[in-house]
Design a protein around this ligand. Sequence first.
Ligand SMILES: NC(=O)c1ccc[n+]([C@@H]2O[C@H](COP(=O)([O-])OP(=O)(O)OC[C@H]3O[C@@H](n4cnc5c(N)ncnc54)[C@H](O)[C@@H]3O)[C@@H](O)[C@H]2O)c1
Ligand SMILES: [Zn+2]
Length: 355
Amino acid sequence: MKTLQVALEDRSYDIVIGQGIISQAAEYILKVCKPQRIMVVTDTTVASLHLPALQASLAATGLPVQVVSFAPGEGSKSLKSVEKLYTEAFAFGMTRTDLVIALGGGVIGDLTGFFAATLLRGVPFVQIPTTLLSQVDSSVGGKTGVNVPAGKNLVGSFYQPKLVLIDTDTLQTLSDAIFSDGMAEVIKYGCIVSEKLFEALLQAGSRRGVEAMLEDVIYACCDAKRQVVEEDELDTGRRMILNFGHTMGHVIEKAYNFQKYTHGQAVAYGMILAARLGEKLSVTAEGTAERITEILEKYHLPTDISLTGDWQKTILLDKKMQGKDLSCVLISKLGTSIVHKMPAEEFVTEIESIL
Ligand SMILES: NC(=O)c1ccc[n+]([C@@H]2O[C@H](COP(=O)([O-])OP(=O)(O)OC[C@H]3O[C@@H](n4cnc5c(N)ncnc54)[C@H](O)[C@@H]3O)[C@@H](O)[C@H]2O)c1
Ligand SMILES: [Zn+2]
């Protein structure tokens, strides 16, 4: 069992990481809030696997608990789902001192966080992430939101949870594909802030190897995200380094209409491209792209994706554009990231030459 504190003044909270924590959820929760009733938001897959343990723990509080489940998948991260949650919450009698719990992956975490942020202008919420991606990334840092027809994550708010409970046992029920998807973000932390983590992951070399040191790996990732979020809660500067591999990752996701490649797969190849670009610009130590390729192969992430169509347009519409310049995250070597500003046109030309 390991604990981290995200220090954000009156919005500070703990991240508790360990095996079987769900069955002690109520004890941890009652230390940070005193609700009269609890709403649990989850998806049907997670509900069938991990809700009973949470419910057993919450039952001991004697408080009324209302569970709302959505269909698994990105489609549930919608305003329609938020509206359903408002209706359920008012019917249940939720007040501003009650509690909302998100039990699930990033979809449920983002949706529930946004719902909690806006219900009665803010109700306390606790994150219980159950995918590798949500345990190392989305549950920490307070970005919440939903998708709208104009695009993904375009409506949302910064709203920090009161507590993040990471039960590493929940990952045992993840498919290899979803585990591998989350590994892309884990490897990203190695690239941007910790060469030590990168080396440990390279050595572990497989899902089984990572599972043997899961608590330490998740701790290292959450600690990295914690530091960045503490420095730049509202994402106006340093937090940008978390986008390593994401500029081209988004281009790939979009080029294939969010169908062919998962986020992690797209980011994986995006990291290779960012390293190759850095090497070409003499910003990144030679051989870095090769090492990233080596580690991604071990975790069954793609190391070559063909890009066709007018993907260049996606770059020019990127929200990280400032005038004609694009800020891209590069690494000078494994574990050390830098933000590199360059004309977007030049970025496109350089990427075309290394694809
Ligand atoms: N807020 C942030 O800072 C942030 C950061 C990164 C990503 N995100 C968001 O996170 C979302 C992706 O999250 P995700 O990858 O966790 O996807 P997800 O929530 O869709 O979960 C993936 C699948 O795994 C299933 N699942 C969840 N836990 C399981 C378990 N323990 N065992 C078996 N199956 C389980 C789910 O039912 C779902 O089908 C995206 O919407 C993305 O925009 C947010
Ligand atoms: Zn990501």
